[in-house]
Design a protein around this ligand. Structure first.
Ligand code: ADP
Length: 687
């Protein structure tokens, strides 16, 4: 049956072509062209990405630095609140640290606001040349003589030391002091605390000697004194002593080495804080004292160490317009912050904590680098060490910039290996091709199946319509004859017995035709509803076929056909008798129907390799090759209603096919138009 294109079909094709195939084809074409340009594009994208990456890194660094400046500015405001006198030191104060900054120094109107305790001591050079050593020597000698006399003769070590002290020539005043300290230590170790303290006081009570003492030694003396007091459990005295040293320290003119002072105060404060008899109030005060003092001393230490840098930065009038000026000397980096970062005449000088500052910046750069993968870059510090990324072996440098104000970092971007770009584009190309082919195949296959489904639906509808018209025609024809003959007889018009007999026979024949037809429809519906109603048994198919043959042979004989049969006995088949009966009936009936006289029909049942075989061969009209597949479809009939001369429902072979399928039997057909057809059913072996 030819597929006719209805309006709907045309619409479908138009939509299909316009909506799916055309866009897909255009898209494929465009993508293909794009793929061709892939390498060029990849290179271009790389260049764009590289520029964006560089910009992002620079911006990230800049932003983080700005953040540090802002944090430093905020922290500098707290410095106004810091204690300035010994009394204030005992109060708790808020101190703000900035991650990345070691110390912040605040100036206002060229006056150091923080650290404050002894700003006046700095930038003064101490000249000791005026102190006359001989005077000191004399004093010490006299003291030591008095000391020696007071000592017991039994203290051998002490005596030996004193002996050396009095008889050996002094090399320097510092040596003498060292010797006195040595004696103090001996006395201290021997548990003679009173003696040790007495000696210490001699040292401490001579201001000129004090002035001469090296800062280290002064603090050693202080520490010994403090520890002896602690040993003697004179806690109150120890506290007072520490405060006295602190006052003296704050008032002193020359503070040379702060680290020894820091050590002393840290030791003293820590020990005082561990005193059990310390009142809560005092503990808090000492605690605050310690932390405030630590901060200030630590900062003073830095100020003292780098005073040249500080003065240089302070004096530098060339304030840059963003208010930040850096000064780097080896590992020490300071920056000055002025207007417009700060208001008025405020100046902040901050010392960078290299490690922390660097980590802050690197963390930001790392975050940026993570979102820009596949771009070769390196960051090299001033010591030529690669701190991030890597330097490729042979790639050309595309750009090199300095990032970070604080460090001399070189940020380089490199040419990407062309091979790498090619490989990346190739991978992308394969992926694109794959996706394209996949979508094209999907569209084509989907459309194919949809079209097939639609045409099949279409065919089925046509067949059903065909069936209805043929069935109603088939049903109507015998009914009309039956009605006509019955009416004639009822009216009494037919008198002759032979006529009555003839008509009655005709009515009977038409009725059985009707019965057959209805039987075929019922059979078919029975098959349609499955095999549930089947009664499976082992039966001799020869007997079944013989029965069918006997029942319908007459029709063929009447038509003038010649029959040949071969019913081999005991051809056992497992199956449902009624179903197999209708299979045989349909095939033999068809042979009779589609064979004109003079023709021959051969019906055979036999066994072959243990399998039952049933074949019906005729010398009839035959079936064209193109139709051979279709004739087994439901309601399918060759030709159309107008050209067909035989009656039928198109269900016969459909029933045959279904019965064969449910019995797991195979159907083969060989046929040539004009020559005849042979249908062969081969059953399954019976166990
Ligand atoms: P029906 O015979 O009622 O039309 P069938 O399903 O039995 O329906 O057969 C389908 C079609 O197959 C028939 O219309 C006929 O054209 C063709 N056909 C069946 N058997 C034969 C045969 N033995 N020789 C020629 N054509 C046949």
């Amino acid at each position: 049956m030819a597929i006719k294109f209805s309006k709907n079909n045309l619409l479908f094709f138009a939509l299909f072509a316009g909506g799916i195939v055309l866009p897909t084809a255009i898209l494929s074409f465009l993508s293909f062209r794009n793929i061709q340009n892939e390498i060029f594009l990849a290179q271009k994208t790389f260049d764009e990405n590289r520029t964006a990456f560089q910009k992002d890194v620079e911006e990230a660094v800049h932003r983080e630095q700005e953040k540090i400046y802002q944090e430093t500015k905020a922290a500098s405001l707290f410095l106004y609140e810091q204690p300035h006198s010994l009394l204030e030191f005992g109060n708790a104060t808020a101190f703000k640290d900035v991650n990345g900054i070691e110390a912040i120094f605040l100036y206002n109107d060229n006056r150091l606001v923080y650290p404050d305790i002894s700003s006046r001591h700095f930038y003064k050079t101490t000249d000791f040349s005026s102190v006359r050593a001989s005077a000191v020597e004399r004093q010490m000698f006299a003291d030591e003589q008095a000391l020696a006399k007071a000592k017991k003769a039994s203290d051998q070590a002490y005596m030996a030391r004193s002996f050396r002290m009095f008889h050996a020539p002094f090399e320097s005043t510092s040596d003498q002091v060292q010797n006195i300290l040595g004696m103090v230590r001996l006395a201290y170790r021997a548990g003679n605390y009173a003696e040790a303290l007495r000696l210490l006081r001699i040292l401490e009570q001579h201001p000129h000697l004090q002035g001469y003492l090296h800062a280290d030694l002064t603090r050693s003396v202080n520490l010994l004194h403090f520890e002896i007091l602690v040993k003697q459990k004179k806690h109150q005295e120890a506290e007072d002593y520490t405060l006295a040293v602190l006052t003296q320290f704050l008032q002193s003119e020359h503070i040379e080495d702060i680290s020894s002072s820091r050590f002393f105060f840290e030791e003293a404060f820590t020990q005082i804080l561990s005193f059990e008899d310390l009142s809560q109030e005092k503990r808090e005060a000492f605690w605050n004292l310690r932390s405030n003092f630590n901060h200030q001393l630590g900062y003073m230490d830095i100020l003292a160490k780098y005073k040249d840098h500080f003065s240089e930065l302070l004096e530098n009038e060339l304030t840059p317009k963003d208010g930040i000026l850096y000064s780097t000397d080896g590992p020490v980096t300071l920056f000055k912050m002025t207007y417009p970062q700060l208001s008025g005449n405020q100046v902040v000088i901050a010392k960078i904590d290299n490690e922390a500052y660097r980590n802050r910046l690197l963390e930001k750069i790392r975050a940026v680098a993570q979102s820009w993968k596949n771009i070769p870059f390196s960051i090299v510090d001033d010591k030529n060490e690669t701190i991030m990324g890597s330097i490729p072996d042979s790639a050309a440098v595309l750009s090199q910039t300095r990032i970070s104000d604080a460090f001399d970092w070189e940020f380089s971007l490199y040419e990407k290996d062309v091979k790498e770009i090619r490989q990346e584009s190739r991978q992308r190309m394969f992926l694109m091709y794959g996706l394209l082919s996949f979508s094209l195949i999907t569209v084509i296959l989907g459309s194919f199946f949809m079209l097939r489904f639609i045409t099949q639906e279409h065919k089925l509808l046509a067949m059903k319509a065909n069936f209805l018209s043929s069935v109603s025609h088939e049903l109507k024809t015998p009914l009309t004859s039956i009605k006509m003959f019955a009416e004639m007889m009822a009216r009494g018009r037919v008198q002759k017995t032979e006529k009555v007999q003839e008509y009655s026979a005709l009515i009977g024949k038409e009725a059985s035709r009707l019965e057959n037809l209805i039987g075929a429809i019922l059979n078919y519906t029975r098959m349609e509803h499955g095999t549930g109603a089947f009664k499976w048994e082992k039966l001799d198919f020869s007997i079944c076929a013989q029965k069918v043959f006997d029942a319908i042979e007459d029709i063929g004989v009447e038509k003038g056909l010649e029959f040949h049969t071969k019913f081999e006995p005991n051809v056992l088949v497992m199956g449902d008798y009624t179903a197999l009966y209708s299979l045989a009936q349909n095939l033999i009936e068809n042979a009779i129907k589609y064979t004109n006289a003079p023709g021959e029909i051969t019906v055979s049942v036999y066994s072959e390799d243990g399998r039952g075989v049933f074949s019906v061969a005729d010398t009839g009209v035959g079936i064209p090759l193109s139709e051979q597949k279709n004739i087994f479809n439901d309601f399918y009939r060759v030709g159309d209603e107008m050209t067909r001369s035989t009656k039928g429902s198109g269900l016969g072979l459909a029933i045959v096919k279904r019965v064969a399928e449910t019995h797991k039997a195979t159907i083969s057909l060989s046929s040539k138009p004009g020559k005849g057809s042979t249908f062969t059913i081969k059953f399954k072996k019976v166990d």
